[in-house]
Each structure stands twice: as structure tokens, then as C-alpha cells.
Design a protein around this ligand. Structure first.
Ligand code: R5P
Length: 310
């Protein structure tokens, strides 16, 4: 088995390698002056089971291109199997035509990854589960839920809590975590007129005097969860916590979080935010590296991945 790290996921790959008691494959990934990507794999790949780790986070287009070029170089190096490990799968929000004459970019990215030569995709908390069907190769969609649950149990407990979906699309995720905590469910009725701007219309469910735990797949501009927290506090919630898998954290998101009514936000390291969140006491990062490493181990041994979540 070989682990190759793309440049967007170096620290995560190092942790995964540590868990698997192996070393990342020597490789050279550089940018030419005009920003073209140069890749050179420095070890023999012939006949190997290769796991290429690269989140397609900011800068999304550069990271996608690097992922594709790495896959191509591995394929041309005669790797036996190439698994694209994409802890954060960018473009997932563009999974359908929302207006006429618009693209389905998530499908295009899936086609690119498959055509570049990946044999399998390993990812985490896809924005919509059905994106798995955009690929004609196997996709393992992992869930950060066990890692988030562990943190909730240790730091908040199960008394007087309610899990909150910040929009209708997040109900399944919030319900799944709420069920394990034996907690009630509340739903925010969110409207979005344009990308990056959301507005809370209603809060559905019993939240008065409760510790509310918002569960979401990603935080981008921060509008969704900050507005949700305002609405929850206004309607009588005791306190608001957020558990979010992917910290996209664009623009003034961090400032918004600092000024918000949220007590604490827990994100994972599917995206490397080390520099951005340094010194921000409201944001805590938990690692999903052991979970991904364990999934890699099970894939390589052809044992069950789904049993990780039972
Ligand atoms: C929406 O469907 C997603 O699950 C997130 O709630 C949303 O993308 C977060 O975006 P923002 O932080 O910009 O409101």
C-alpha cells in the first residue's frame, strides 16, 4: 500500500500515515510560473494499491487539477488500484440544475476524476448522498458522526439538549446524530435568495431553555449557522453549539463566528485550517484522520467499511 499526499492535505496525510505506521510516498508537486501543475512520483508504484489524499478545498480549481494530474501520473506509473481520497469534495453543492441553462458541476468533477483513472473514491460527508451515483466507480462516503458524537458526549452531555438542522437539507444528518444522543430535533426554515446570503424564516421544534446543537455538513460564509444561532437564542434557547464537518470558512466567516451568539463551533480537519483558526477560541478542530486511516486499512484488506458506523 502506498499513501500519496496532494498539497492540500499534507498534515492530514501525515496523521493518516502515522496511524497506518507507514511513510508518505516521496513525490514532487510544483507549480510552473503560469500556475500549471508539475507532478513527479519519486517511488516505484508498479502493482501497488495507491491512496491519493487531496481535498478539493480552496483554491478549489487548482486543487482539483492537481488531483487529476496526480491520478494521471499514478495511472501511467502502473499503479494497480488508485483510490482518490477526497476528505472534502468541492463542487458538491452544484449537484442539480437550479436554474435553466446551468451546469451540474458535481457530475462534471466526478467524470473528470473517473476519466483521469481513479478506481475508487473515498470521501466524507458528501453534501448530498446521491452524488455517489455520479460516479461509475465505487464510492465510500464516510461520516464524521462518530468523531462529533464523541466530542458532544464528552463536552456537552445528553441532558436538556436538542439537535438542530440549520435547513431542511440537513434534517437527515441532525436526526441521525440526535438519535444516538437520545435528543429531540428542531429544524430551521432557511431561505437563500442568492449564494452566500441566507435568512431564517422559522424555527420548527421545541428549543426553549435547551442547549441547542446545530449539526451541518459545511460552514462557508458562516451566514447559515450564525443566523440560526440568532434565531434560536431569540426564541429562548439556553445556549448554542455547532458541529460542522467541513470548515470551508471563506471571507469574513471567522469574524462573524467571533461576534456570533454561538458558544463553540467544532469542525474537523477535512480541510486544513490550521492558520485560519489559530487563536480563535470559539473554534475547535477534531481530527478525522484515524477514521479515514481505518477506512483505508479496511479497503486494502477488503473488509467492511460500513461496520465502522454501527
Ligand atoms: C447548505 O445546504 C449547507 O449544508 C450549508 O448549510 C451551507 O452551505 C453553509 O453555507 P454558509 O456558511 O455560507 O451559510
Amino acid at each position: 500500500m502506498k499513501i500519496v499526499s496532494g498539497t492540500s492535505s499534507i498534515s492530514l496525510s501525515d496523521q493518516i500515515c502515522k496511524y497506518l505506521k507507514t511513510k508518505p510516498t516521496q513525490r514532487d508537486i510544483k507549480r510552473f510560473a503560469d500556475s500549471e501543475v508539475y507532478v513527479e512520483i519519486k517511488e516505484n508504484m508498479r502493482g501497488n494499491d495507491v491512496y491519493l489524499i487531496q481535498s478539493t478545498s480552496y483554491p478549489a480549481n487548482d486543487n482539483i487539477m492537481e488531483l487529476l494530474i496526480c491520478i494521471d501520473s499514478l495511472r501511467r506509473s502502473s499503479a494497480k488500484n488508485i483510490t482518490a481520497v477526497i476528505p472534502y469534495f468541492g463542487y458538491a453543492r452544484q449537484d442539480r440544475k437550479v436554474v435553466p441553462r446551468s451546469p451540474i458541476s458535481a457530475k462534471l468533477v466526478a467524470n473528470l476524476i473517473t476519466n483521469a483513472g481513479a478506481n475508487r473514491v473515498l470521501t466524507m460527508d458528501l453534501h448530498a448522498n446521491q452524488i455517489q451515483g455520479f460516479f461509475d466507480i465505487p464510492v465510500d462516503n464516510l461520516y464524521a458522526a462518530p468523531v462529533l458524537l464523541k466530542h458532544i458526549l464528552k463536552n456537552i452531555g445528553t441532558k436538556n439538549i436538542v439537535c438542530v438542522a440549520p435547513d431542511v437539507g440537513g434534517v437527515e444528518r441532525a436526526r441521525a446524530i440526535g438519535k444516538r444522543l437520545n435528543a429531540g430535533l428542531a429544524i430551521i426554515d432557511k431561505r437563500r435568495e442568492r449564494p452566500g446570503q441566507s435568512e431564517v424564516m422559522n424555527v420548527i421544534g421545541e428549543i426553549k431553555n435547551k442547549s441547542c446543537i446545530i449539526i451541518d455538513d459545511l460552514i462557508d460564509s458562516g451566514g447559515t449557522i450564525c443566523n440560526a444561532a440568532d434565531a434560536l437564542i431569540e426564541k429562548g434557547a439556553k445556549e448554542v453549539y455547532c458541529y460542522v464537518v467541513h470548515g470551508v470558512l471563506t471571507g469574513s466567516c471567522i469574524d462573524k463566528i467571533k461576534k456570533s451568539k454561538i458558544k463553540k463551533i467544532v469542525i474537523t480537519d477535512t480541510i486544513d485550517n490550521t492558520k485560519k483558526v489559530k487563536g480563535v477560541s470559539k473554534i475547535e478542530v477534531v481530527s478525522i484522520a484515524p477514521l479515514i486511516a481505518e477506512a483505508i486499512k479496511r479497503i486494502s484488506q477488503s473488509t467492511s467499511v460500513s461496520s465502522l458506523f454501527k
